[in-house]
Each structure stands twice: as structure tokens, then as C-alpha cells.
Design a protein around this ligand. Structure first.
Ligand code: C2O
Ligand code: CU
Ligand code: CU
Length: 549
């Protein structure tokens, strides 16, 4: 099929999606395509994503590279991102970290140099380790080129520390952009419970491309509660950053979000490596799983169906560990999972698979994530337990529905060709000079948010900045066992209503709410709320401007 024809096809498919998807989330246009056309189309790539997935024949691949140039799953070694060291300290003794956002290359596929946007040139970026009660400063320097070499846009950035109750001016507010050649210092308070956070780009309308190009990394906050537990630590506390990519013939990342519906790559990276294999000792490991994909949801399962123990959710340790054989993880969600390899023999291989979720496109190898290969190497026996009580976290998990006087309704919905929240877009916020809000809780107010997705064709992982919340129910039923901890992203599935309770504390000012399918967020499923009042010291754009680097 000629490129022109592909474009026409995509327009046709996408028109079907927008016109009909708005009403019922079911795309009828696809029914008119023959199965042969769909297969042909899928093989060509991204256009397949505009189809209702229940009816899509799974395609083999979307990358333009011949399959022979992609590594075989489980042949490359597993790596862990390095830990970042501070470069100095403020007069108040706060450690200062420096990160340069740069265009660099990475050998992701053997024999290819893939252009990436890296924090210090790396993707994922270096891990930052912080202690509760010790604020830090991150000096973020945008050294990206004035225009993206292939995609032509200006890579302005705004760094968001996802999971942190930072002040609005340090929260990576989408429109608080730092242009190439500018620098901004972010102040992180580290006032919350221990947790796995992540920092990623949030620059308005280019969050998806910037994050996809590589601007994402973990940040670990520790505290006395966590330190006092005999759970795996140190070498046995391991980040797993999942992301899917598609590659062009030259090994560069391809970007195709199928008319802003989503991007589903055929290559699964863990910590930047395709389908790696990790050697493990016969003991417990704690994996900090982060789904850093733009649009792909995962349902993780061990190849032999063995149980995994979830000990923490987005906002840190759960009151009690939860066993599960399947773990669904939407974009931006974090789950800390303990897997015990004690019962295996040397040489045993345990696969971590992805069973997939509705409305994420599967390809030949997207059902594979990584492999663990068991050794009988000696190991440190410390921190090899999961106690029955972890962290009661009464501030979040102790909230009771009766304490909430207000229920705020949030509807994620496609309207007039845009992704919206309550019919509003970020452009409406911009037009209001950043004043328009969907909620204005008082400081310390407790509210229930009822988040509704009436589409059958899309799921939306909804992220509320600033707060941790407790999921009360999903379509009136209890949340999954693995969700029974503090959260900041709620997977709002097809035709679901999720109710969550939260306390608006720690800061005042304006914060974003958005879908974490980043092409949805950029176009333009993002709005904001305000806690308390606006002040001179909480304006997300004006209170602390970037400066020339
Ligand atoms: Cu992870 Cu508003 O973002
Ligand atoms: Cu966030
Ligand atoms: Cu969405």
C-alpha cells in the first residue's frame, strides 16, 4: 500500500472513531472493513489502533525494522538505572541535583543508535533517592535542540515529580514551560510517606513525545516506617520501568498515536532494554514496577502462575500485603511487588508475561515482558520477609466516606473531536488565563471524587496531582486487592465509575487532573482544581520562572 493510501485509510478509520466513539465508544466503521483489510492494515502498522480492539486480529508487529533486526526476547541482560549523586547543597543544607535534558543516542536494539531525549542523556534517567523530611533541589537544564530532529516541534519541558506534594510552581504544571536554553530549579519537599515516585516531562501539548523520547525516571522516597520493615532493600529492591516503543528502519523511535487515540509499540522495554533477562538469587526481591508507557496497559503474570505479593501502591506501603497472580497496571501506576525465588532450582527460568488489557493493541511479542533466571549464587539473607502489617497510613487509608461532605463528579469523555474532562480541555484552562477550575476544595477538606468513563472503547488512567486517594469502589464493587493502598492514578476502565476519597492537604493552589494516556492528555484531556486560595507564592507559572541557562 502506498503511503498516500495509508494516510487516506487512517483518515477514514479515524473519522469513524471520532464520529461514533463519542456516542457509545463502539466504532461501527470497523465493522465495514473486511477481516482481510484489517489484517493487511494491522501489518502496516499504527492505523490498526483506531479499530475497536475486541475485533482486531492481533497484528504481528508495527516497527518497520525486519523482525530479524529485533533482539529475541530474554537474550539481553537486565540493567538498572544509576543513582544520581548531588552536586552540592544550598545554604540550608538541601542537596542540589543537576540534570541536563539532552538529545543523545542509546543502543536499545543491538547494532542501532537510537536518538533519545535523556535526563543526563540517559533513558530511563537516573534514580533519585530522597529521605522524608529532607527537601532537595533539582536543577533541570533544558539542553534539548530548538526543534525535534525528526518531528519538528519545539521540545519545551516542564518536569513533574509524579507522586510528590510539591508546590504548584514546582509541580511540572504543563504550561510552566522551560524552553531549550533555559533552566529551572525544582524544590521537592519530601514531606510524604515513603513511596516510589517518578519524574517525567509534562510540557504542554508535547508531554507524550517528550516522555516517549525518554524523559522519565524513578525517584525513591524513604522514611522510618519503611526502613524499619524487614522487606527487601538495597540490591534486592529493583526498579522495573516498563515502556513500549516502535522503531523505524533506521532504529529511531517511530511516533504514531493514530489521531491522538494512543500509541502501542511492539517492543517492550524494561529499564530501557527490550525483553531483558535478569539473574536472581533464591530469595525475595522487591520490584518497583512503573508503567511508563504512553498508552499501553499491562496485566502482569508470572509464567508459571505463581503468586506475587503487592506491598505498595502509588502513594507507598499498603496497610497489609496483598497476594495476586495477576497485576493490572495502567499508565503511570506504580506497584511494589515482592516475588520469592526461594523455591526454584538453579537454572530455572521464570517469565514475566503480559496478558494484556482491553483496548491496548497486542503484537507478537507484547505478551512478553522479561525473564528471571535463578542462580544458586550466595545472597544476603537480610530483609527477606513480608510482614503482615506494613503501614496503616490512616491519613489516606483511614478516610471514611462519612467525612466527605462533597462529591465531585468527573467525567472523562470524548467530545467534539477532543478528549475532555467534564467537557473541558486544557485549552479552556489556557483561555481562562489558567483560572478555570473543576473543583475548589478548602485546605484540608475531604471529598469523594466520582470518576466516570461511559465509553466502552477506551480506558483512562486518571491522575489527580497533589493528593493520595483511597479507591472506595468501582461500579459499586470493592477495588481489586492490589489497589488497597494509597493511589494517585485510578484505572477507570470501560464503562466504569470509580469512587475515590481524598484529603486536599499539604499545599494550596492549582493542580492538574488528567488522563495518563499521554496522547489523550496532550489533546486535551486535562483540567485543574484549586486547593484553598491563589497566593503570590503558589502561582504555578508566575511564582518561580525559569531563567536562561
Ligand atoms: Cu505523571 Cu500529570 O503526570
Ligand atoms: Cu502527578
Ligand atoms: Cu484517556
Amino acid at each position: 500500500m502506498s503511503p498516500g493510501r495509508i494516510v487516506r485509510w487512517r483518515k477514514l478509520l479515524y473519522r469513524g472513531r471520532t464520529a461514533l466513539g463519542e456516542q457509545r465508544g463502539v466504532v461501527v466503521s470497523a465493522a465495514r472493513l473486511s477481516r482481510r483489510d484489517m489484517v493487511k492494515f494491522s501489518a502496516l502498522g499504527a492505523a490498526a489502533v483506531a479499530l475497536p480492539l475486541g475485533r482486531v486480529v492481533n497484528a504481528k508487529a508495527v516497527s518497520r525494522l525486519p523482525a530479524s533486526r529485533l533482539p529475541k526476547p530474554y537474550t539481553l541482560p537486565f540493567v538498572v538505572p544509576p543513582v544520581l549523586a548531588p552536586v552540592g547543597a544550598t545554604d540550608r543544607g538541601e542537596p542540589i541535583y543537576e540534570i541536563r535534558e539532552r538529545l543523545a543516542t542509546a543502543e536499545i536494539l543491538p547494532g542501532f543508535q537510537t536518538p533519545v531525549f535523556g535526563y543526563n542523556g540517559m533513558t530511563p534517567g537516573p534514580t533519585i533517592k530522597a529521605q522524608r523530611g529532607q527537601p532537595i533541589v533539582v536543577r533541570m537544564i533544558n539542553e534539548l535542540p530548538a526543534t525535534h530532529p525528526q518531528w519538528g516541534y519545539t521540545p519545551w519541558t516542564s518536569c513533574h515529580l509524579h507522586g510528590s506534594a510539591s508546590k504548584p510552581q514546582y509541580d511540572g504544571y504543563a504550561s510552566d514551560i522551560t524552553q531549550p536554553g533555559e533552566v529551572k530549579e525544582y524544590h521537592y519537599p519530601n514531606i510524604q510517606d515513603a513511596r516510589t515516585l517518578w519524574y517525567h516531562d509534562h510540557g504542554v501539548h508535547h508531554t507524550a513525545e517528550n516522555a516517549y523520547m525518554g524523559l522519565a525516571a524513578q525517584y525513591h522516597l524513604t522514611d522510618g516506617v519503611e526502613a524499619g520493615l524487614p522487606i527487601p532493600k538495597g540490591a534486592y529492591d529493583v526498579p522495573l520501568i516498563l515502556a513500549d516503543k516502535m522503531f523505524g528502519v533506521d532504529g529511531s523511535f517511530m511516533y504514531d498515536d493514530a489521531g491522538h487515540s494512543g500509541l502501542w509499540g511492539d517492543v517492550i522495554l524494561v529499564n530501557g532494554r527490550p525483553w531483558p533477562s535478569m539473574t536472581v538469587a533464591k530469595r525475595k526481591y522487591r520490584f518497583r514496577v512503573l508503567n511508563a508507557s504512553l498508552s499501553r496497559g499491562f496485566r502482569l503474570q508470572l509464567g508459571n502462575g505463581a503468586p506475587m505479593t503487592v506491598i505498595a501502591t502509588d502513594g507507598g506501603l499498603m496497610p497489609a500485603p496483598q497476594q495476586t497472580t495477576q497485576l493490572r497496571i495502567g499508565m503511570a501506576e506504580r506497584y511494589e511487588v515482592v516475588i520469592d525465588f526461594a523455591a526454584y532450582k538453579k537454572g530455572d527460568k521464570v517469565e514475566l508475561r503480559n496478558l494484556g488489557v482491553p483496548n491496548s493493541v497486542d503484537y507478537d511479542n507484547t505478551g512478553k515482558v522479561m525473564q528471571f533466571e535463578v542462580t544458586d549464587d550466595p545472597f544476603d539473607p537480610a530483609g527477606n520477609e513480608v510482614p503482615a502489617a506494613l503501614n496503616p497510613n490512616m491519613d489516606v487509608m483511614g478516610l471514611l466516606p462519612a467525612q466527605a461532605k462533597t462529591t465531585t463528579k468527573i467525567e472523562v469523555i470524548r467530545k467534539n473531536g477532543f478528549w475532555t474532562v467534564n467537557g473541558q480541555t486544557w485549552d479552556d484552562v489556557i483561555k481562562s488565563e489558567y483560572k478555570k477550575v473543576v473543583a475548589n476544595p478548602k485546605y484540608d477538606e475531604i471529598q469523594i471524587w466520582e470518576i466516570k468513563n461511559s465509553s466502552g472503547g477506551w480506558f483512562h488512567p486518571v491522575h489527580i496531582h497533589l493528593v493520595d486517594f483511597q479507591i472506595l469502589d468501582r461500579n459499586g464493587k470493592p477495588p481489586f486487592a492490589f489497589e488497597k493502598g494509597p493511589k494517585d492514578v485510578a484505572y477507570v476502565g470501560e464503562n466504569e465509575v470509580v469512587r475515590a476519597i481524598m484529603k486536599f492537604t499539604n499545599q494550596t493552589g492549582r493542580y492538574m487532573i488528567h488522563c495518563h494516556n499521554l496522547p489523550h492528555e496532550d489533546h486535551d484531556m486535562m483540567v485543574q482544581f484549586r486547593v484553598g486560595d491563589d497566593t503570590a507564592d503558589n502561582d504555578p507559572i508566575e511564582s518561580d520562572r525559569p531563567r536562561k541557562a
